[in-house]
Design a protein around this ligand. Sequence first.
Ligand code: C2E
Ligand code: MG
Ligand code: MG
Ligand code: MG
Length: 279
Amino acid sequence: RAKELGKNGVQFFNKWLYIQSYKLFSMENDLRKALQNDEFCLYYQSRVDTLTGTIVGAEALIRWRHPQKGLVPPSEFIPLAEEIGIINDISYWVIHQVCQQLKAWKEAGYSVVPVSINLPAKTLMKADLIVNIKEKLAGHSVSPSLLEIEITENSLMSNDGAGLSAIQQLRELGIAISIDDFGTGYSSIGYLKQFKVDYLKIDRSFIREIQNNAEDLTITQSIILLAKGFGLKVVAEGVESDEQRELLQSLNCHYMQGYLFSKPLPVDSFTSLLSGARP
Ligand code: C2E
Ligand code: MG
Ligand code: MG
Ligand code: MG
């Protein structure tokens, strides 16, 4: 009897394994087709000035409209996209899409704000990244000052210098550079000495409990001081409450982003927000 149960267990496990690998496999196949099927879209989340509350920028955040699964968040497909080697195609799609959107807003007469995009290490190392971005900007008559690139500390460390020099060249073109999720990487902050950037984005994990946790408060305070010393601007990520907003105001944090101001929105809703109308 014990033997039978064991056998059932193995059969059950095999079936489970089969289903899991099938799920991953079909997800992979679906993802490979997503670009040509036009299933990606960008949501936009505003960045506001801490003192005035005005929208000073937006972050473009990718979503996958899966025909059966619905809206899939980036955490569920970006790692897979890196693994199967299509992440650069996705990055280039995002760059193109944002330039096209900036052009559309400008032509429709909106007061356009700079838009930031998230680029992974693999894309930063692409030899034709700079040419591609230059072409996309020029092709849509978009000023480089309207584009910002967010990179993580880990992607600064995980490459041989090709990515670093690309990023510095982009900065020389007038594109702002942000360090995303600042404070969570494995790198030393010493890189700030050689590597010039424009913004530090304080990771959401330090903001979440900042009103109750003295350590989070100390870390946030220190990042703001560090930024001041280097002449950088700070963005606090994941601001959800008035309490957090007031605290960050008292710390002289320049900018904030979070659900308190706006969730990431589909482009039409974000456009309404830009025009001052109710979304
Ligand atoms: P991130 O760049 O740090 O983006 C911020 C994330 O925090 C977004 O999640 C945003 O929706 C979420 N968020 C913003 N405010 C709040 C808040 O007040 N509370 C909470 N709980 N969350 C908030 P999202 O859109 O799911 O993106 C997750 C990550 O996926 C991003 O983190 C970024 O690393 C990556 N990602 C997004 N778009 C792209 C893209 O186009 N390309 C690549 N390579 N990665 C992307
Ligand atoms: Mg980001
Ligand atoms: Mg972040
Ligand atoms: Mg993040």
